[in-house]
Design a protein around this ligand. Structure first.
Ligand code: PMP
Length: 387
């Protein structure tokens, strides 16, 4: 019998059994009518997920980092200026990617535990002609969530395009692409979207697609080129198969199923569930007397939480004991060894979060740190009653 443990890391998450079953469908030809229909419907549903009529979704085999590549490679030429709003590990990654591709990168650095100030972005945009500004919606190192709506309202009226890394946010935090004015959104399958790792997803709105055609030099990647993928995506959506590189057929069938679950629950309800579960977990941590990384409650994401260890706890030991029942992640970057990270996204429910809180309390106790788990569970329960 396989062991029943809760996987509560910030991706990959616990996947719904129906999504895993879709993955085990006998693989159809990517040119077959059944797959063509499924892929076409998936692309249409991806628009509904991020509230866009016109932005073009692109789905290819790869991880979130490839999605980061695709999003910017198609828009910049060497020497273009890019502003990276950096609030943690994945902001730093974007700066590294862009520098590697020859962009002139200015980093708007924010202390870990805080978020980017939209007014500071406005100021920077007034000082220089930036082709892009990149923002991590939720940085997975800190569990802090940028105010993308506000940032978009600042960027919208400029010539600059807004690129949002939604890897730890999409399908867990609202992302109203058209209404807010997000030009490019990227994400990956293994987090709130609820599909095993292996899909890179990027949406380009019309403004971004236009800019992509104005590039002066050839794109520095064969695989990541929009010129190659756009006709394929458009073809499937018209109901005709297309080919550039073999699509990850089974993962796309799994994505179709996961999107079906999300749309059946209604996207707004999915966000609400994430909000309440996030709040329940944070209030439990507070009741345990533990400090979370976001320095202000309003910065805290609803998809995951990074928690500081109390004095005297050894990271590896804590996670090892807890892993007998619940698997959580360690800290990233500068927070390594000092924090643990809990993912609460995708199909996460009350059972998962209550069990996680309870086991965290039991684990601390077994390590000689007696925290008030009873009160923590009661606090969480009170929030979860509103679900
Ligand atoms: N951006 C963010 C915010 C992430 O959390 C991650 C992965 N944890 C990535 C980008 C990179 O995604 P991947 O690991 O799938 O390449």
């Amino acid at each position: 019998m396989t062991e029943r443990k809760l996987l509560m890391i910030p991706g990959p998450i616990n996947f719904d059994p129906s999504v895993l079953r879709a993955l085990s469908t006998p693989t159809p030809s990517m040119l077959s009518p059944s797959f063509t229909k499924a892929f076409g419907e998936t692309l249409t549903d991806l628009r509904k997920l991020v509230f866009t009529e016109k932005a073009q979704p692109i789905v290819v085999a790869g991880s979130g980092t490839l999605a980061m590549d695709i999003a910017v490679l198609n828009l910049i030429d060497e020497g273009d200026c890019v502003l990276v709003a950096d609030i943690g590990f994945f902001g730093e990654r974007y700066a590294e990617i862009l520098t590697g591709y020859g962009a002139k990168v200015d980093i708007l650095k924010n202390k870990w535990g805080t978020i980017a100030d939209p007014e500071e972005i406005r100021k920077r945009l007034g000082e220089k002609n930036y082709k892009l500004v990149t923002v991590t919606h939720v940085d997975t190192s800190t569990g802090c969530r940028n105010d993308v709506k506000e940032i978009a309202s600042v960027v919208k009226d400029s010539e600059t395009l807004l690129v949002v890394d939604g890897v730890c946010a999409t399908a867990g935090e609202p992302e109203m692409m058209d209404k807010w004015g997000i030009d490019v959104l990227l994400t990956a399958s293994q987090k709130a979207i609820g599909v095993p790792p292996g899909l890179a997803l990027v949406w380009f709105n019309e403004r971004a697609l236009e800019v992509s055609t104005e590039r002066r030099s050839p794109i520095r990647s064969y695989f990541a080129s929009l010129d190659k993928w756009l006709p394929v995506m458009r073809s499937y959506e018209r109901g005709e198969p297309g080919y550039f590189g073999t699509p990850p057929v089974n993962l796309i069938l799994a994505l179709r199923q996961s999107l079906k679950l999300i749309l059946e629950e209604r996207v707004e309800n999915v966000f609400r569930r994430h909000r309440l579960i996030g709040e329940a977990f944070r209030s439990a941590m507070q009741a345990l007397g533990l400090k979370i990384v976001p320095m202000d409650e309003s910065y805290a994401a609803n998809t995951m939480t990074a928690v500081h260890y109390p004095e005297g706890v050894e990271d590896r030991k804590f996670r090892e004991v807890l892993a007998q029942n619940v698997i959580v992640a360690g800290g990233l970057g500068g927070l390594k060894g000092q924090t643990f990270r809990v993912g609460h996204m995708g199909r996460v429910n009350s059972n998962d979060i209550l069990a996680t809180i309870g086991q965290i309390g039991i684990t601390f106790k077994s390590l000689g740190i007696d925290l008030d788990t009873g009160t923590a569970l009661a606090e969480a329960q009170q929030v979860l009653e509103r679900l």
